[in-house]
Design a protein around this ligand. Structure first.
Ligand code: T5A
Length: 210
C-alpha cells in the first residue's frame, strides 16, 4: 500500500477536530490532494449504526465485552470497506480515532486485559496499523469542561466519571511511551501553540517519508 494512515487520538474535548484541520492544511501545502477522512466508531453504513448503539444512553447496560466487540466490528467494516481501498489508491487517510482508542478506553478505562484486546486486534486486523498517531493530551478536567462549554449535553462515554478518563489518559500515555509512531501533543496550550506543535509533527513525518 502506498497511501498513509494518520490517526488523531485523545480523550473527549482534547481538540481532535482542530488537529485534523491542521493536518489537512499541511498535507495540502505539500501538494497532497487525495485525502480521505474517517471517524471511529463509524464511517460506513453498518459502522454508523454500531456507533449509534455505542454512544446512545439507553436503559440496557452495555457490557464491557459487548462494547469492545462492537468497536472492533465497526473498525473491521471501516478498514475493509474504506481505509484499505483508499490506501491502495495512494490516498492519505486521516482517522478521528482508531485501534488505540480501544486500548485506552476498553483497556485502560474499563479494565479489560490489554493482552486480550491486542490479541483480538491481531485476529481481526492482523498487523494493520497507522503510520502516524497524533495523541492530543489534556487533563480530563480541561477536556470535559470544553465538552460542556459546547452545550450539547453528554453522550454515554462523556457521562463517565473523571476517574474513568484519568485511567484512559494514563493508558494512552503509557502506550505512547513505548511506541515511537505515537506523537504526544500538549493540548492544554493555547490554540495557536497547539496548532504549531501539530504542524511540526506533521512536517517531521512528511520529511522522514521523503
Ligand atoms: N471510543 C471510541 C471507545 O471507547 N473505543 C474505541 O475503540 C473508539 C474508536 C466516540 C466515543 O467512543 C469512544 C471514545 C469516545 O467517547 P466521539 O463523539 O467521536 O465519540 O467523541 P470524541 O472523539 O471524544 O469527540 P469530541 O468532539 O468530544 O472531542 P474532540 O474532537 O477532541 O473535541 P473538539 O476538537 O471538538 O474540541 C472540543 C472543544 O474544545 C475547544 C474546541 O474549539 C471545541 O469547542 N478547544 C480548545 N479550547 C481552548 N484551547 C485549546 N487548545 C482547544 N482545543 C480545542
Amino acid at each position: 500500500m502506498t497511501g498513509r494512515f494518520i490517526v488523531v487520538e485523545g480523550i473527549e474535548g482534547a481538540g481532535k477536530s482542530t488537529c485534523i484541520s491542521v493536518i489537512e492544511e499541511v498535507l495540502k501545502e505539500h501538494g497532497i490532494r487525495n485525502i480521505e477522512y474517517t471517524r471511529e466508531p463509524g464511517g460506513t453504513a453498518i459502522a454508523e449504526k454500531l456507533r449509534t448503539i455505542l454512544l446512545e444512553k439507553g436503559d440496557e447496560k452495555v457490557s464491557d465485552e459487548t462494547e469492545l466487540l462492537l468497536m472492533y466490528a465497526s473498525r473491521v467494516q471501516l478498514v475493509d470497506n474504506r481505509i484499505r481501498p483508499a490506501l491502495e489508491k495512494d490516498c492519505y487517510v486521516i482517522g478521528d480515532r482508531h485501534d488505540l482508542s480501544s486500548v485506552a478506553y476498553q483497556g485502560g478505562g474499563r479494565g479489560i486485559s490489554l493482552d486480550l484486546i491486542k490479541g483480538l486486534k491481531k485476529m481481526v486486523l492482523g498487523d494493520f496499523k497507522p503510520d502516524l498517531t497524533v495523541l492530543m493530551d489534556v487533563t480530563p478536567e480541561i477536556g470535559l469542561s470544553r465538552v460542556d462549554n459546547r452545550g450539547q449535553g453528554r453522550d454515554r462515554f462523556e457521562s463517565e466519571k473523571l476517574e474513568f478518563f484519568t485511567r484512559v489518559r494514563n493508558c494512552y500515555l503509557s502506550e505512547a511511551s513505548s511506541d515511537p509512531s505515537i506523537k504526544v501533543i500538549d493540548a492544554t496550550q493555547p490554540l495557536e501553540q497547539v496548532k504549531q506543535s501539530v504542524r511540526t509533527v506533521l512536517e517531521d513525518f512528511l520529511c522522514s517519508r521523503g
